[in-house]
Design a protein around this ligand. Structure first.
Ligand code: SF4
Length: 381
């Protein structure tokens, strides 16, 4: 049984989230928003799989125009993902049901404007159009002011979310939920538990970001969701898997299967040594992916690096330059896609951008060098 949750109930049109409402399962379109046909098909596919809500990324006025057409062709509940260009909110609001903003991206535009004013703008747009909101913080993009104030990155995430809740509360707006995501399921559990202690009234959207390719992506998600749901934490959830567009229904199926298992008291044991050895994190892809080869690239990285499976290293593969640079910061080796080249990083050092047909060779060389350097280091100890 999932214990009773203490959160209040919010509304996304007719969908209730939080309190006694069934836990809503959502996903995100991985198609280019401006490819209206593909995006409508993607929304339909997710709806058929049982999605309660579908998120779509919007980064430009052209995306807004496309979304307007998508809206006219579906009755699905739509959430819009605003990133750096949060001021698109007023343009997109008439065509969606929920706004998601990331506190870690608000500082990019209008740098001198106080964050409280930006939040007030977003709340004003949501209120005017009857939209719900999500305050979505992410480990790869902690707002600089919070990262400075809280040296513990997990605390920075929790406090960033809680402080934004206080800003929204001060405006008298209550139809909002929070998400705190990280690619490490242990961090997802820790931060969501801490947040739920601070703000048990605020509905939580659960997610392990960049969980990556199945089956590991499913296992990571299960680890986090089982622990949180069994504590009565979590009111809506999204499973993020690196799979092709046509397989995106899997995110909904996995989410519903985890819910059914926790409800029935069935918990999967974590495979031995799951948190040791090579860890590949990969984003689930979205409209921002800069080259459609991304999913294939993530699969090829997994294949190529199998030989290093015993080494405690993290490789991150991201689809775009919006989140790629930040989300790869904590990885030993990071890749993120550009239109014609893939950028490669070792730790925080940028190594260069390589054509798609050269990146795997370059990655192999860097991985070999890293393994040799570590072996030499441990031999000297
Ligand atoms: S890293 Fe970029 S492409 Fe991947 S899901 Fe995030 S925003 Fe989308």
């Amino acid at each position: 049984m999932i214990p009773p949750r203490q959160s209040r109930t919010i509304r996304v049109r007719q969908l209730e989230i939080g309190g006694r409402a069934p836990i809503a399962v959502q996903s995100m379109a991985a198609t280019r928003t401006q490819d209206v046909e593909a995006t409508v098909r993607q929304v339909e596919l997710l709806e058929r799989a049982g999605a309660d809500l579908v998120r779509i990324a919007v980064d430009s006025k052209a995306d807004v125009e496309a979304l307007k057409t998508v809206r006219s062709r579906t009755r699905a509940l739509l959430s819009v993902d605003l990133q750096e260009n949060y001021r698109l909110a007023e343009l997109v609001a008439p065509f969606v049901d929920k706004l998601r903003y990331n506190p870690g991206h608000l500082h990019h535009h209008e740098k001198t404007k106080p964050v409280e004013d930006k939040v007030a703008y977003l709340v004003g747009v949501a209120r005017e159009h009857g939209l719900a909101m999500r305050i979505g913080v992410n480990a790869g993009s902690i707002a600089p002011a919070w990262a400075e104030r809280y040296p513990d990155p997990l605390e920075a995430l929790v406090r960033s979310a809680a402080d934004h809740c206080a800003m929204v509360d001060a405006l008298g707006f209550t139809d909002y939920c929070v998400s705190i995501k990280d690619s490490d399921p242990r961090h997802v559990v820790e931060t969501n538990v801490r947040f739920a202690e601070l703000r048990p009234d605020v509905p939580l959207h659960l997610g392990v970001t960049e969980a990556g390719l199945p089956p590991d992506g499913v296992i990571k998600t299960r680890i986090a969701f089982e622990q949180l749901l069994a504590r009565g934490i979590g009111d809506t959830l999204r499973v993020s898997l690196t799979v092709p567009f046509d397989d995106k229904g899997m995110e909904i199926e996995v989410g519903r299967a985890i819910l059914a298992d926790v409800e029935a008291g069935r918990f999967r044991s974590v495979p031995p040594n799951f948190f040791h050895g090579l860890n590949i994190i990969a984003c689930p892809s979205c409209s921002r992916v800069e080259n459609e080869k991304f999913i294939e690239l993530a699969q090829e990285v997994k294949e190529l690096t199998r030989y290093a499976s015993e080494h405690d290293l993290t490789i991150a593969v991201m689809g775009c330059r919006v989140n790629g640079p930040g989300e790869t910061d904590d990885a030993d080796l990071g890749l993120w896609c550009g239109p014609t080249h893939v950028n490669l990083k070792r730790g925080s050092a940028e190594l260069g951008a390589y054509p798609y047909d050269e990146i795997l060779g370059q990655l192999r060389r860097e991985l070999d060098a890293l393994i040799s350097a570590r072996s030499a280091g441990s031999a000297r100890l």
